[in-house]
Design a protein around this ligand. Structure first.
Ligand SMILES: [Zn+2]
Length: 430
């Protein structure tokens, strides 16, 4: 999941007390499909093993991703579903070397600084110049030759800051990352290639008192190139073909970690929902999407929706997104800015206290929503504050996002909720 603006509104509903969806009496949610913690654990362990065998990552463009795609395709075939693969073109970013020094101190990558994906390559040496949030051209009016702009993290996407700095003639850009965690600096992206200058995130702790005039140097040696990967699409052979209900989640991890909560938890949930629903759903056909290249720019889901003609889009009556559904310090939520009717189905399927988050364009639901397909989703949190003010997932986009970083009790409930919701939707759209 790409970073979200959290809007926390807790809605507590005891299953059965809410009259909710209009006049027609809601069919009672079907009993929870026999999904077990052990089965979910098997998929998480399998994805962890794949990451271990591939340099600690399942990022797109790596063998770790291909092996993950092979794994889920085999599981879905075993469950009696029809499986297909869809080619997706994306741009590929590989970081070979990088160094940053601030005020004479050489910083450590990952712990004190990160290079943004699709950063340009090069070397810059000079003095820092504070340049606000760097979102507007005038933020760089003071910038002089040999100076390196330092900007805040807030206000706009990294890409807008980098483009403005480059236009202003900067040789590199330093972004102040306010996360004060000993676990290091979270990864980030410029979304697409095209920025020619090095762009780095430096933690506020590592910057310390640095500001105007502080000596600094930045060096990045990286490759951005086009690549090809595959979405895995699975569909029930049974069910009435003219209507489809869908769920999906991304299968790739960030380059810097195995991505077991983000988003092995979503992949495990989808596999178990498929096994619980079986090849013959009660009404509409059920289709699942395992998307590639989400972490580098939502490429897989965008390509999938783009490949649908108008008729196909109309057949899809619902899309439920699953991205991070097993966060250690979880706050279970649905998408408050998603379809209210689907939100109601998810709440009833969950049968308990479920908060709301404003999902915006932060994950794979975005392309479905833009195509006019009703969407909603389940989410348990990334770096937003959770219970006790602690991050909901302290290992968000980090190498410690391993099998030990998953709240199994929450994941089990999310998986059963997903299967129940898909069964309800299939029956409703028969
Ligand atoms: Zn994610």
């Amino acid at each position: 999941m790409r970073r979200l603006l959290a809007l926390l509104v807790a809605v507590s509903l005891v299953a059965g007390c809410d009259s909710g969806g209009g006049g027609t009496p809601e069919p009672k949610p079907r009993p929870s499909p026999a999904i077990t913690d052990q089965e979910l654990g098997e998929h998480l362990d399998a994805l962890q093993r794949i990451a271990n065998d591939n340099g600690g990552t399942r990022a797109v463009g790596t063998h770790g991703y291909e092996a993950s795609a092979d794994y889920v395709a085999a599981r879905l075939r075993d469950a009696g579903w029809t499986v297909s693969r869809q080619a997706v073109r994306f741009t590929y970013f590989r970081l070979d070397r990088a160094s940053v020094a601030i005020g004479g101190r050489t910083l450590t990558r990952a712990r004190q600084f990160q290079v943004l994906s699709y950063s340009g390559s090069g070397r810059a040496e000079g003095r820092l110049r504070a340049s606000g949030d760097g979102c507007e051209a005038e933020d760089f009016d003071e910038l002089e030759g040999g100076e390196i702009p330092l900007v805040d993290r807030s206000g706009c996407f990294f890409r807008q800051k980098a483009a403005a700095a480059e236009r202003a003639g900067a040789d590199a850009l330093v972004v102040d990352e306010p996360v004060r965690s000993r676990r290091g600096v979270p990864s980030g992206t410029l979304a697409v290639p095209g920025i020619a200058i090095p762009v780095v995130l430096v933690s506020a702790r590592a910057l310390g008192e640095a500001g105007d005039g502080t000596p600094a140097s930045v060096m990045v040696d990286a490759i951005s190139r086009g690549g090809r990967a595959e979405n895995v699409i699975a569909e029930t052979p049974g069910g009435s073909g003219d209507r489809i209900v869908m769920a999906g989640g991304h299968l790739d991890s960030v380059a810097g970690g195995p991505g077991i909560n983000d988003n092995g938890s979503g992949a495990a949930t989808l596999i178990e929902a498929a096994e619980a629903i079986g090849p013959k759903p009660p009404g509409a056909r059920v289709r699942l999407g395992f998307w590639t290249a989400e972490e580098v720019g939502l490429y897989g889901s965008r390509q999938y929706v783009r490949s649908l003609d108008e008729g196909e889009r109309r057949r899809i009556r619902a899309y439920i997104n699953l991205d991070m559904v097993g966060s250690p310090n979880a706050v279970p939520e649905l998408y408050g800015d998603g379809d209210a009717g689907l939100g109601h189905v998810l709440r009833r399927a969950y049968g308990g206290r479920l908060g709301q988050i404003r999902a915006g364009q932060s994950s794979d639901h975005a392309s479905f929503q833009a195509a006019g397909i009703p969407i909603n989703g389940l989410y348990t949190g990334s770096d937003e504050p959770g219970r006790g003010g602690r991050p909901r997932d302290p290992c968000y986009h980090l190498s410690c996002d391993t099998v030990r970083n998953v709240n199994r009790r929450v994941l089990l409930r999310m998986a059963r909720t997903t299967a129940r919701a898909l069964l309800t939707l299939s029956a409703r759209h028969r």
